[in-house]
Design a protein around this ligand. Structure first.
Ligand code: DQA
Length: 150
């Protein structure tokens, strides 16, 4: 099965950026560990600070991946275009936020992505990505069993 994790703007700075909110781990280190424990699946990672590049990657992966984990960063709160891209693709998408956006500024408490995603995990740190990937794995195997393929 194929799962893609997409991180939006400023998330390339994890580990250095506001560590009291986002922690001290780089995403690259976290992703290496996660991949090592998920060898039964093809797990990929993409990050961009550019709205159009995120949309292009959603279009590309959205017709072949079994699931996409998306942290749109601040674009979650501003981008109808990113939400339209999620709605346009058949791949299921889970929204993740590292911080608990509901205990922060009010402008972080609305996400255009939530309504077009399967679900949202917020405030559980990097663990949120792992939970989203595990949820996709369980969902995939359940569907395969129903289809008699496993
Ligand atoms: C974030 C929360 C957003 O409000 C913020 O703009 C980010 C990161 C999170 O992961 O907690 O860049 O998506």
């Amino acid at each position: 099965m194929k799962i893609l994790i997409i991180n939006g703007p400023n998330l390339n700075l994890l580990g250095k950026r506001e560590p009291e909110i986002y922690g001290t781990h780089t995403f690259e280190d976290f992703f290496r560990e996660l991949s090592a424990n998920m060898h039964h699946m093809q797990l990929d990672y993409f990050q961009s600070n550019h709205e159009g590049a995120l949309i292009d990657r959603l279009h590309q992966a959205g017709f072949e991946a079994d699931g996409i984990v998306l942290n749109g960063g601040a674009y979650s709160h501003t981008s109808i275009a990113l939400a339209d891209a999620v709605a346009a693709i058949p791949a299921p998408v889970v929204e993740v936020h590292i911080s608990n956006v509901y205990e922060r500024e009010s402008f972080r408490q609305h996400s255009y992505l939530s309504a077009v995603c399967e679900g949202c995990i917020t405030g559980l740190g990097l663990e949120g990505y792992r939970l989203a990937v595990e949820w996709f794995a369980r969902r995939y195997h359940k569907a395969r069993k129903v289809e008699g393929k496993e």
